[in-house]
Design a protein around this ligand. Structure first.
Ligand code: ZN
Length: 453
């Protein structure tokens, strides 16, 4: 698995969909990944499909069902038109020889109505009100550019569809991939870096599935982790329910659920992680946030906690980096508070300085032109004399030179003008031979050009 900064991670078999480990067939994970990626054809294509469907409905045509693929595409386009309130509902009737779409309440609503539908959707994906408020101007400007100064209804619909589908692409593939990844986690099992043993399979599963509250060091003695020799010591299950009070764990679970429902606060989440670690209950935190991301891959709190917990899991570094990287990108989309975005960077920079530092230079980063911040970070992470810090100092010098270049050019132009003005005129009757004449004041040797007219 590799981390693609612009997309969700792809398994090795992604290149040409051939097994990355040399097998002649794809495993289930590969097959599921293939299905997932093929479901997202591209934002532009999907905007066009929804727009074409709208135009067809406008002219009174009902969408046809040619095959399964077409049916899926039309359903997606209908869903998007419904979100933007251009249709009220749709259904598929299977009673005839061929399934038939029924669309109800087709409308050409006012822009405000369409935008209300869009903003409701954006709000559900945790986009802040400030960010949502920026959208109408963007849509109008884009629409006016296309209509050369006058926005048409179709151009406004296209703008709304563009932003809707962009957000869908930002969150839905990640959500679906998380489901796949969590299944992989069930199979792989887990271990905490601090503990010398792997986590009991039962404890891991119960915590991942959010069932019973089971501490990290719980031993069931009935799984391959507790008994690697598979010589199971079967105890009386009935006696097990009474083993110790569960209340502290239940309180932690409640605190976690509340934190996931509140706006992002790295300080609160750091405290929560410490509480779970000291209660030897980290597997539960890890399992809960991973499951939460299956529903809300855009949740900043869940991404931050998943990063924190994965950092403490054996072999969890790659996943921690992915959660924090996704969190950094998502925080830039959702938040206007720079400190909230930097919380992801700061946490990642301790464990992965090179990768985290490179995030500062991403296209969407707020710090790529902030030389002073980047220099401070380069010195902190790699040292004052590191290549990264020296590069920024060099850039700063070049920028300073660039700044003085313009006034300098003006000065040079003035100098040329003066040189021309002071240039001595050729004397009449001069043949150009004989003794060189005395130079006048302000005249430079290379500025004389007696031979030229
Ligand atoms: Zn066990």
């Amino acid at each position: 698995m590799r981390d693609d900064p612009k997309a969700i991670p792809r398994p090795r078999c992604h290149a040409g969909w051939a097994c990355g480990f040399g097998r002649s067939y794809l495993c289930d994970f590969g097959k599921q990944s293939k299905l997932l990626f093929s479901s997202f054809q591209g934002e532009e294509k999907e905007v066009k499909a929804a727009l074409d469907l709208f135009v067809a409905l406008q002219s009174g045509k009902s969408p046809r069902v040619k095959n399964d693929e077409e049916l899926k595409k039309t359903e997606l386009a209908l869903f998007r038109l419904r979100v933007l309130r251009t249709i009220k509902s749709y259904s598929l009737d299977y009673r005839g020889p061929q399934p038939q779409w029924f669309v109800e309440g087709f409308d050409e609503p006012a822009f405000e109505v369409m935008f209300q539908g869009l903003s409701d959707f954006l709000r559900k994906t945790d986009l802040s009100e400030d960010k949502i408020a920026e959208c109408p101007t963007y849509i109008w400007n884009q629409a006016e550019k296309k209509g050369r100064g006058k926005a048409s209804f179709l151009a406004l619909l296209e703008g709304c569809l563009g932003l809707l589908i962009r957000r869908i692409y930002q969150v839905i593939p990640r959500t679906r991939f998380q489901m796949l990844l969590n299944e992989y986690q069930y199979a792989r099992g887990g271990a905490l870096k601090e503990a010398s043993q792997a986590v009991c399979r039962r404890a891991l599963l119960l915590n991942l599935l959010g069932m019973e509250t089971v501490p990290d060091d719980y031993r069931c003695e009935r799984c391959d982790v507790c008994r690697p020799d598979l010589d199971f010591q079967i105890k009386d299950l009935a006696g097990e329910k009474a083993d110790g009070p569960r209340r502290p764990y239940d309180q932690l679970v409640l605190r976690l659920q509340e934190a996931l429902g509140r706006p992002f606060s790295s300080t609160e989440l750091d405290d929560l992680v410490e509480a779970f670690v000291s209660a030897r209950f980290l597997t539960r935190l890890w399992g809960t946030v991973l499951a939460f991301l299956e529903q809300a891959s855009f949740s900043l709190s869940a991404l931050y906690l998943a990063g924190q917990a994965s950092l403490r899991m054996e072999g969890g570094d790659e996943e921690a980096l992915r959660y924090l990287s996704d969190g950094f990108r998502e925080a830039l989309i959702q938040l206007t508070d720079r400190e909230g975005v930097l919380a992801f960077y700061r946490l990642a920079s301790d464990a992965f300085p090179d990768e985290a530092y490179s995030w500062l230079y991403r296209e969407e980063s707020l710090w790529r032109d902030d030389r002073s911040f980047c220099h401070k970070e380069a010195c902190r992470l790699f040292g004052d004399e590191s290549a990264q810090a020296r590069t920024i100092r060099l850039l700063l010098r070049l920028e300073r030179l660039e700044r003085v270049k313009k006034p300098l050019q003006v000065f040079v132009e003035k100098r040329r003008f003066l040189d021309r003005a002071w240039r001595p005129r050729p004397e009449r009757g001069s043949t150009g031979g004989g003794k060189p004449k005395k130079r006048g004041r302000g005249e430079r040797e290379n500025a004389t050009s007696f031979g030229r007219s």
